[in-house]
Write a protein that binds this ligand. Sequence first.
Ligand code: URA
Length: 194
Amino acid sequence: MNKKEKQDKLEKLIGQVAKCERCGLHSTRTNTVPGEGNINSKLMFIGEAPGSNEDKQGRPFVGRAGSVLDELLMSIQLKREDVYICNILKCRPPENRNPLNDEISACVGSLDIQIKIIDPNVIATLGNFATMCILKKFDLEPQKISAVSGKVFHIKTPAGPRIIIPLFHPAVVTYNASKMGVLKKDFQVIKSQI
Ligand code: URA
C-alpha cells in the first residue's frame, strides 16, 4: 500500500472512530483517541486506553506516561514522529478503570484495521493489559507482563512474519523509578529488532 492509500484509509478510520457509539464509553468521552505517528513506521506501540490528558487532547500518551515514553524512545535514538502509537481502546474508561470485555470487542476492529494499514514489523505492547490482549489476538498464550517483558515473539501473519515485544507500561516509572532501567533495557531489544 502506498503512502496516499494508507493516509486515505486511516483518515476514513479516524472519521468512523470519531462517530463511534458501539459501546458505552462514547457517552463519557471528550474526544476519541485513534492514534497517531508515522504511518510508514515499521514500529507500532499499543497501549491500553486513553487517560484524562489523552481524552482532553484526542492524542495518545500525552500525559506523564507519554513523557516517559518520549524519553525511552530517545534512548534508542527515535522520536515520537518516527513511530506509530495507539491504544487497544480509543475512548477513555471513566476513572481510568480497566477496559471491559464488551468495550474491547467493540473497539478491536479499529485496531485490526490500523495494524493492517500500518503493517509494522514490530508491535511493542505497553503494559499488562495490552500485552495480554495482543498475545491472545495473535493466538499466543496470554501471559503477564512480568513474565514476558523484553521477550521477542515471532508470529506469522498473512502479510508475512512479524514480531511482538511486550514492555512494561511507561506509567510504572511514575510510581517506581527503578523500572526505568528495565524499560531502557527492553527498548534496546526493540532497537535490535528494527
Ligand atoms: N496510558 C495508555 O495506555 N494509553 C495512553 O494513551 C495514555 C496512558
